[in-house]
Design a binder for this molecule. Structure first.
Ligand code: FES
Length: 156
C-alpha cells in the first residue's frame, strides 16, 4: 500500500518535471548484476544440464556383463540403476538418483564409488554416503545372480 503512494508521488514528480529522491530506487534499470551472478548462473545451468542428461541416458550394460571389480550404470528391468560386482562375484545394485537433489550419479572406476556430477556427493558402491552434501544413502536393491540357473530353472 505504501509503495502505491510512493509510486503516485513519483509519477506526479516525473510528469511535472520535479526531482524526486526515490527516482533512482524505482527505476526499471536499477538492477545491477554482480560479477559472481554469471558464475552462479553457469554453475546452475550445468547442474540442470547434468540432471537432464542423466535422466535421458539409457545404458545397454546389464549386470551379467560386469567382471569382478567392475561397476557401471546399467539398465535393469527397464530402469537406470548402478551396479558393481565385488571380488566375490556379488552384484550390488543401487538407485543412481542422488539423494541430494536428484541428479544421476556416475561410476568412478578409480575409487570404486558413485559420484554425483552436480554438487560432488560421493557414495560407496553399496550406496552409503562418503561425502556430502547428500546425507542419505543411495537406495539399494537386492539382486540375485541368475548365472547358475538353467533354462529349465528359469521356466524358459
Ligand atoms: S544432486 Fe547435489 S550432490 Fe547430487
Amino acid at each position: 500500500m505504501s509503495n502505491g503512494t510512493a509510486a503516485a508521488l513519483l509519477f506526479r514528480d516525473m510528469v511535472t518535471g520535479k526531482e524526486n529522491k526515490f527516482e533512482k530506487l524505482y527505476t526499471p534499470s536499477r538492477f545491477y548484476a554482480h560479477p559472481s551472478l554469471k558464475n552462479f548462473l553457469v554453475q546452475n545451468a550445468n547442474v540442470v544440464g547434468q540432471l537432464i542428461k542423466g535422466k535421458l541416458d539409457s545404458p545397454n550394460t546389464k549386470p551379467e556383463d560386469l567382471a569382478k571389480g567392475e561397476g557401471a550404470v546399467i539398465t535393469l528391468d527397464g530402469h537406470r540403476k548402478g551396479a558393481y560386482r565385488d571380488d566375490d562375484g556379488k552384484v550390488h545394485i543401487v538407485d543412481t538418483t542422488c539423494t541430494h537433489i536428484g541428479c544421476e550419479v556416475e561410476w568412478n572406476n578409480g575409487d570404486k564409488t558413485w559420484d554425483c556430477p552436480c554438487h560432488g556427493s560421493r557414495f560407496k558402491f553399496t550406496g552409503e554416503v562418503i561425502e556430502g552434501p547428500a546425507e542419505k544413502p543411495l537406495q539399494k536393491y537386492d539382486y540375485t545372480m541368475m548365472d547358475n540357473l538353467t533354462s529349465e530353472d528359469s521356466g524358459y
